[in-house]
Design a protein around this ligand. Structure first.
Ligand SMILES: [Zn+2]
Length: 576
């Protein structure tokens, strides 16, 4: 689910800014109150809109200044886009008419705002109300982040950023969120990224915008909630959601405990897309995983995906250009997801080894595996092989560093010590970037640390030492067939989506794919890349007729590595 990971990175800067806002809020004696009531409305047992009411304490809004704001688009998802007349504003003197103004369109389609101004000064407290339509927004590229407000299984879910027009201020409020679920089935309840049911907190309005909402006949774990951790879903997912939830809570406990913050709140939401294509994203203290029936996720795939996301809470992206620094955030999440769940006994030694070898297959069987970091950002969206590099390469680099530190210190120190030092720097507001990492790793390993880092960034193939994954595994040489889509992968995200650059002699060509074929459904390649036996089925349209073509997307045979179990060492001595 790489789309999920991508968006997580994209919004991480916003979330970082938010925590600072909260800290500043603590020093403010009495921030103004902002009461938010969400009242879903149903027609034929499906939510068709949510009545949103805000009570803003004495905002002193004036003509010529923005009073409310809502993005027109956020990370490519179109929002509710209210017109000025859709929003009712009243104060002590009666109704207040609004006018709307749009910021310049963001050509990258990431984010730009619509803002509303009052047409006369407001007097005293102000009530704002509007209807947020609940409807699934279908992403143009097949996959997208799960931000749109939509109905599902008698309830609703979405991110505030897609439907909450909020005061256009960055200063903190005393926020009070309430649900009015009178129109929902009995037993319904509401959950927000920051808590279940009625929630009071202090912070900027971005807490309301950059967070998830779910209400209706929700299933949840643990139930009853109230603790720092919760998982929520509506309807019947195609995987065993209860089992995934039980495992994920244990993983959260293990990972949060490792990073020294066992009580840090975290909530996970599942929802099913009414179209093929998945996409998840992290927002404040939370993650929403959007899945589809085609292909349906398995409990195993959900587990690894969620553990990766949980690790991100403590191994945020370094400051620096996208692509250049992504080896750290994604490499750390990929490194610690299996290591910490294995140490906690949540995956078996065999499952840990399978994870290492899936990464080895993905990395060594990747024809782009020597692309330098400087090329990652430009090709991130159009070439899944490049998109996977920060994950695979970053993780193998960190495994190499770990093995070298353990060897040099006689087992006294390991990667964990550097990870904690980086986290400490981030918490103390010190520089949290490539230079900070190089300083720490050079202190452990000497000047060769910088040399090895530069090699990784330049695209030199990384081969972790034989014992990099502990005494129970040893490195072997193996042949891989390179992952090869067989045509230009930019075809998958171009508009129109048409096969271009078909490779003569490729498996795709032999199976019957032709230049100019229209690609009609989402094509998800990341998992296939790490599985040598996985066939790819691609839905096409040619001369107006649909056709599905299946082939093994593999090309040239190359030499690579995998790890094998050392039978003489018992399981109990394995963990690193
Ligand atoms: Zn990630």
């Amino acid at each position: 689910m790489s789309a999920a990971r991508t968006i997580t990175t994209a919004v991480s800067a916003l979330i970082g800014a938010l925590s600072l806002g909260s800290a500043a809020a603590a020093q403010d004696a009495a921030p103004p109150s902002l009461d938010v009531t969400l009242k879903p409305h149903t027609t034929d047992q499906a939510v068709d809109y949510v009545h949103v009411q805000l009570k803003v304490q004495a905002p002193v809004a004036k003509p010529g200044e923005a009073f409310l704001k809502l993005p027109m688009v956020f990370a490519s998802v179109e929002t509710a886009r209210y017109r000025a007349t859709d929003i009712k504003v009243t104060d002590q003197a009666g109704p207040v008419a609004l006018i709307q103004k749009d910021d310049p369109v963001d050509p990258s389609n990431f984010m730009y705002f619509r803002r509303w101004e009052v047409t006369r000064p407001t007097v005293g407290d102000v009530t704002v109300s509007y209807r947020a339509p609940a409807r699934a927004y279908r992403p143009k590229l097949g996959s997208g982040p799960p931000f749109d407000l939509r109905p599902e299984a008698g309830g609703l879910n979405g991110a505030g950023v897609s439907f909450l027009a909020l005061p256009d201020k960055s200063t903190p409020y005393s926020i009070h969120l309430k649900w009015d679920l009178a129109a929902m089935p009995s037993g319904s309840h509401g959950a927000w990224s920051l808590g279940e049911g009625e929630v009071r907190t202090v912070g900027p309005v971005d807490l309301l915008a950059h967070s998830y909402y779910m209400a209706g006949p929700i299933s949840s774990y643990p139930s009853p909630g109230g603790g720092p951790f919760g998982i929520y879903w509506l309807g019947e997912p195609p995987f065993d959601a209860q089992a995934v939830a039980v495992w994920t809570q244990k993983a959260h406990t293990a990972i949060a405990g490792f990073f020294g913050e066992p009580d840090k709140p975290y909530r996970v939401f599942f929802r099913k897309n009414p179209y093929p294509g998945a996409g998840g994203a992290g927002l404040v203290n939370s993650f929403m995983s959007g899945f589809s029936d085609t292909p349906a996720p398995t409990a195993d795939s959900m587990r690894g995906h969620l553990a990766h996301e949980i690790v991100h809470n403590w191994t945020g992206s370094l400051s620096g250009p996208n692509g250049i620094v992504s080896w750290y955030g994604e490499g750390m999440a990929e490194y610690y997801d299996p290591v910490l769940t294995w140490r906690a006994g949540l995956i078996t030694t065999d499952e840990f080894l399978a994870d290492v070898n899936q990464r080895a297959q993905s990395y060594y069987g990747n024809a782009m595996n020597t692309a330098p970091a400087s090329e990652i950002a430009a090709k991130f969206w159009s070439d899944t092989r490049v998109r996977k590099l920060p994950y695979d390469r970053g993780s193998f680099y960190l495994s190499t560093v770990d093995a070298e530190i353990r060897a040099k210190s006689g087992g006294q120190r390991k990667l964990d010590d550097l990870t904690f030092a980086m986290l400490d720097r981030q918490k103390r507001g010190l520089s949290y970037d490539t230079d900070a990492w190089l300083e720490l790793v050079t202190a452990e390993l000497g000047p060769k640390a910088k040399f090895e880092f530069d090699e990784m960034m330049a695209g030199e193939l990384i081969v972790p030492p034989s014992n990099a994954f502990g005494p129970c595994f040893k490195r072997e040489t193996v042949s891989y067939r390179n992952f090869e889509l067989g045509f230009d992968s930019a075809s998958l995200t171009s508009n129109p989506r048409q096969v271009q650059g078909l490779v003569a002699g490729s498996a795709a060509e032999k199976a019957g794919v032709r230049d100019g074929d229209e690609i009609t459904t989402a094509v998800v390649l990341d998992a296939i890349q790490g599985d040598a036996k996985a066939e790819l089925t691609i839905d096409l349209k040619r001369d107006g007729k649909p056709l599905a073509i299946t082939y093994l997307p593999r090309g040239k045979t190359v030499e690579g590595y995998r790890w094998a179990r050392v039978a003489s060492v018992p399981d109990a001595a394995c963990a690193i």
